[in-house]
Design a protein around this ligand. Structure first.
Ligand SMILES: [Zn+2]
Length: 412
């Protein structure tokens, strides 16, 4: 806890994080897990009980000594709102402290909308969700908002595929904060999806895991020891833009032959249409058109099956690259793309990982489709709020200190 690297900001956040990770836990096990003293654990737990964040939930079976009172987070004590802004609408969810989705709303638009009016709609929807479950407004910790592509708190969406260019540099976080008077956090959809697994129990038992995200685009998020890996630049996790064909098709990112351009949902749809398959080309989003190709494959259409299989084999390369670089023990396939076709992609991913370098020396990587694949960015956005407000981390800043300029007195 005191070495170089991210540590919890204080004893309180260490304890909340340990209870979250365990689900249900005794004070004795908290002492063992956190390295804090028994007195500190007792004092902090008492404060959390007083605030209503934690509840006592029965006893552990006695093992000779005194039986142990068990603790867990009080689900309905706090809520976080998560918003997933995409090119054709917003998905909004309310997550409770136990990681359950207790409300969900979707807003769709068919023509371009002004960002400010979307902000106003978002705030109305957040309040409507809270009112819908009869929760007092002061139980809402904040709003998380995510979008495809890199985002910063100050600048909003920094870079985007063509469909969302109207949002680039719109100060989304600031405007949402002004309209809601709540704390607002932002991140990209793939990183948020990974953080969501942390709070909804999808990554329980893992020390390092990754989310491979496929919707219109392809990305990834990695969480190590409970901390999302953010790197030093906004392009972290852009596994969809790893080149797999040097002379491949041009990608919107400026390169060519990227996995996304070669085998993402858009490429699957284009290939299906070029092969003469009947996929409607008006009024469908890329993901909806992808779902039509997958449907044809499930019905046994051989061309559709071949196209989906080829895509799966490329996504398996993305998965293997990610797992090898980050040495994760768990890979979760998530996003609407895997919600639609996860079972068709899973065998190719598992097979490639079973043959990979990492599989030769240990238990290998567990691969699952996320339980929240369809709405993982919104769930993740809400989880970011829980993360930032309840278990803030303190990063070691010593390594980033610039050396002072040495002024040499001029010789006379
Ligand atoms: Zn690219």
């Amino acid at each position: 806890m005191h070495g170089i690297g991210p540590g919890h900001a204080n004893a309180r956040s260490t304890i909340i994080d340990a209870i979250r990770a365990a689900g249900v836990v005794s004070r004795t096990r908290l002492v063992a897990a956190t390295g804090l003293t028994g007195a500190t654990v007792s004092k902090e737990v008492r404060a959390l009980l007083d605030e209503g964040l934690v509840v006592e939930t029965g006893n552990a079976p006695s093992t000779g000594g005194r039986s142990q009172v068990l603790l867990e987070l009080e689900q309905s004590s706090r809520y976080a709102a998560g918003l997933h802004l995409d090119h054709d609408g917003v998905t909004a969810v309310l997550l409770d402290l136990g990681g359950a989705v207790v409300a969900e709303q979707r807003v769709r638009w068919t023509s371009e909308v002004a960002p400010q009016s979307v902000v106003d709609t978002m705030v109305v929807r957040v309040h409507a969700m809270l009112d819908g479950i009869r929760a007092p407004r002061d139980r809402l910790l904040g709003i998380g908002v995510v979008s495809p592509g890199p985002m910063t708190p100050g600048e909003g969406i920094v870079m985007s595929r063509p469909a969302m260019r109207g949002w680039v540099r719109f100060p989304l976080a600031e405007r949402l904060r002004q309209a809601s008077h709540l704390p607002v956090v932002v991140d990209n959809d793939a990183t948020a999806s990974a953080v969501g697994e942390l709070w909804t129990g999808g990554a329980r038992g893992s020390t390092a895991f990754a989310a491979l995200y496929m919707a219109t685009g392809i990305g990834s998020g990695t969480v190590v020891d409970g901390v999302p890996y953010r790197g030093a630049s906004l392009s972290v996790g852009e596994i969809g833009h790893v080149c797999v064909e040097l002379d491949g098709p041009e990608c919107w990112c400026g390169n060519s032959g990227c996995i996304e351009a070669v085998a993402g949902p858009g490429a699957v749809v284009a290939e299906a249409r070029a092969a003469g398959l009947q996929v409607r080309d008006s009024g469908l989003t890329v993901v909806e058109a992808f779902a039509e190709v997958v449907k044809l494959a499930r019905r046994g259409d051989r061309t559709a099956k071949r196209i989906v299989q080829r895509s799966a084999e490329h996504l398996a390369v993305a998965a293997q690259t990610l797992c090898s670089l980050m040495a994760v023990d768990l890979l979760l396939l998530t996003g609407t793309g895997f919600d639609i076709a996860g079972d068709l992609y899973l065998p190719a991913v598992r097979e490639r990982l079973a043959r990979s370098f990492a599989a030769h020396e240990g238990p290998g990587v567990r691969v699952e489709v996320s339980r929240h694949a369809q709405r993982s960015p919104a769930v993740g956005a809400a989880a970011l709020v829980l993360q930032e407000s309840l278990v803030p981390r303190q990063f070691n800043t010593l390594l980033a200190i610039e050396p002072d300029t040495v002024v040499v007195p001029s010789a006379r």
